[in-house]
Design a protein around this ligand. Sequence first.
Ligand SMILES: [Zn+2]
Length: 190
Amino acid sequence: MPFTPYHFGPSGFLGLVFRKWIDIPVFVLANVIVDVEVLVVMIFGLGWPPHRYCHTLLIGGVVGMLWGIAAYPLRHIFKKIMRIFHIPYKPHFLKMVISGIIGVWLHVLIDGFCHIDLRIFWPSKEFNWSFTPLGIITYIFTGHIYRNVISIKELETICIAFFFASFIVYIIILLTSKKNVVKNKMSKEE
Ligand SMILES: [Zn+2]
């Protein structure tokens, strides 16, 4: 993690902005579900670092895909919830599966900025050591790997900023959908 709720910020923001292509509930919840791994490793004292198998692109992608498939029968519940929030919602199987995968990937990338036990490209031998996405970026540009350059506190602040940004996007969605309702009403009356 950063503590799981912080993931609501970036996932909510990206989900709302790209809502035409992303299934928001599946995407956002994928960001939560993947941290079950951390809980399980800690509670059962499994003896390996908490961000291990599900916190990789490979296994994480599979987890996200399975979550997308499992979420498909729940689409009617999601529809009701989205209606309460007045967010347009059109569920589609493939969209749900892809949203599950990229939801987990987003989580893994964000976690990778501050957890050195995370191995994004596992089981690649070449990258068989802990490093962060920022480490990869700095490696590409400078040839050096800077690990753990962002503190958890800094990352949490960024996540909170995204939370406020998603709130602004949400208000814009509400205002534009209201405008459209008024427009449709007027054109029907003409
Ligand atoms: Zn995590």
